[in-house]
Design a protein around this ligand. Structure first.
Ligand SMILES: Cc1cc2nc3c(=O)[nH]c(=O)nc-3n(C[C@H](O)[C@H](O)[C@H](O)COP(=O)(O)O)c2cc1C
Length: 400
């Protein structure tokens, strides 16, 4: 837990039954790890416990309101967020997750969360199982993940409402929360000073002005990788094909449409990148000719196709010793054998194999399951997990 020592942590406490557990967690942070902790409580959190306990463990007044008569507080909500190395919301109610997902800032804590970079906010969820399973809550939870916030999932066990027995919703164990925030501080230094180039999303290969050949990629994997690399301290450029999703994060995003545009953008940044991760589903076929809008009566029975440029292969040829090149491969049969062949042919360091026929994997899903293959027999099979978790795994692997 070395990385945690002496860090400045803003702990946001919301109105859940697990508030009492936060007292012990804060005591560990201040007494055992010399952290400076500033507590912010919502009105509802104060229904469960008064600020006194937290003030005793942190040696600081607990903040509870945007407004305090007679005292100069001005833009304290912004100053506190800038001061903090991280924001830890514990316990995080369904309400604070929903407010964050909707961009609501109607009290001190939600305003601070909105004023902070998503990358430095962790939500340790705790609520009744039925609230956790609620589809609107799940949508909000996924929206937070997609925007780059981190979530410490609740555990399964006896619920506060004893009549209901066991279920998922209990606040994660103190050790798990401490480990997660320690990992955050380890992770954010992993790629300091490195330049990372990432591609994501599909491409569109136009038949005429309004029709095109494409694939179901949404760009979620590429965006998650860019967020993870940025969180690990790298300077990141994401080259993103056409997708409805707007990446959030203070990294550079270049939008492109066609495989040719993807080629130009990526190759212009390639030489200065330390790590290149090609998560885009670049179309490998394109119509030979693009015309103006074809009238319905003139639609041809056949379209002549040709191959687009193989960007990964070109990168493999240009790769220098200090560069790491990672490809993704979408295969539905003999996945590993064909991917290993690609790894060799294209001079890659790693290839990440995903099969869209597997439940929850590859195109469009919020989750992915894959096998990571490397040179010299490296093989790591990852279970089904969120694309954000997988992205962090891949970034850690490359950094180590
Ligand atoms: C006894 C009791 C326990 C509660 N526990 C939780 C909980 O664990 N998680 C949760 O999301 N809401 C819980 N609630 C409901 C929240 O307090 C309520 O949604 C409130 O509006 C949250 O406000 P806040 O997020 O601003 O603190 C509980 C309410 C009561 C009365």
């Amino acid at each position: 837990m070395e990385a945690l020592k002496g860090k400045k942590i803003l702990v946001g406490i919301t109105g859940g039954i697990a508030v009492y557990k936060t007292a012990s967690l804060i005591r560990r942070l201040t007494y055992d790890y010399d952290c400076e902790v500033q507590v912010v409580m919502t009105d509802h959190a104060q229904e469960f416990m008064t600020p006194l306990t937290f003030e005793t463990f942190t040696d600081r007044p607990v903040l509870t309101s945007m407004w305090e008569s007679g005292q100069k507080i001005s833009t304290r909500h912004i100053d506190c967020v800038s001061w903090a190395d991280m924001l830890l919301i514990v316990p995080a109610t369904a309400n604070i997750v929903g407010k964050t997902a909707a961009g609501i800032s109607d009290d001190l804590l939600s305003t601070m969360i909105l004023a902070s970079e998503p990358e430095k906010c962790y939500f340790a969820l705790a609520m009744n199982t039925r609230m956790y399973q609620n589809p609107f809550f799940q949508k909000n939870r996924e929206a937070l993940l997609a925007a780059g916030y981190s979530i410490i999932e609740p555990e399964t066990g006896p619920l506060a409402s004893r009549k209901e027995g066991e279920g998922k919703g209990r606040l994660a164990d103190e050790k798990i929360i401490l480990q997660a925030i320690n990992d955050y501080f380890v992770f954010r230094k992993k790629l300091k000073g490195k330049k990372v180039l990432i591609s994501g999303g599909p491409t569109r290969e136009f038949i005429d002005d309004i029709r095109f050949i494409s694939n179901p990629s949404t760009g979620k994997m590429g965006i998650a990788l860019a967020q993870a690399a940025f969180q690990a301290g790298a300077s990141v450029t994401l080259v993103l094909g056409p997708t409805q999703i707007s990446p959030s994060g203070a990294f550079e995003t270049v939008r492109v449409n066609t495989a040719e545009e993807m080629y130009k953008e990526l190759l212009s940044c390639f030489d200065t990148a330390d790590i290149v991760i090609m998560a885009a589903a670049i179309e490998d076929i394109k119509p030979e000719k693009r015309s103006g809008k074809i009238k319905k009566r003139a639609i041809p029975n056949e379209i002549q196709l040709s191959k687009t440029q193989d960007i990964l292969k070109e990168m493999g040829k240009r790769k220098k010793d200090y560069q790491r090149l990672v490809g993704f491969s979408v295969e539905t049969e003999h996945e590993e054998a064909s991917s290993l062949q690609k790894l060799k042919e294209k001079n890659l360091d790693f290839i990440i194999v995903n099969n869209p026929l597997k439940k929850g994997a590859a195109f469009g899903h919020d989750t992915n399951q894959c096998v990571i293959l490397g040179k010299e027999g490296f093989r790591l099979e990852t279970p089904l997990m969120s694309k954000q978790e997988l992205a962090k795994k891949i970034i850690s692997l490359l950094a180590d």
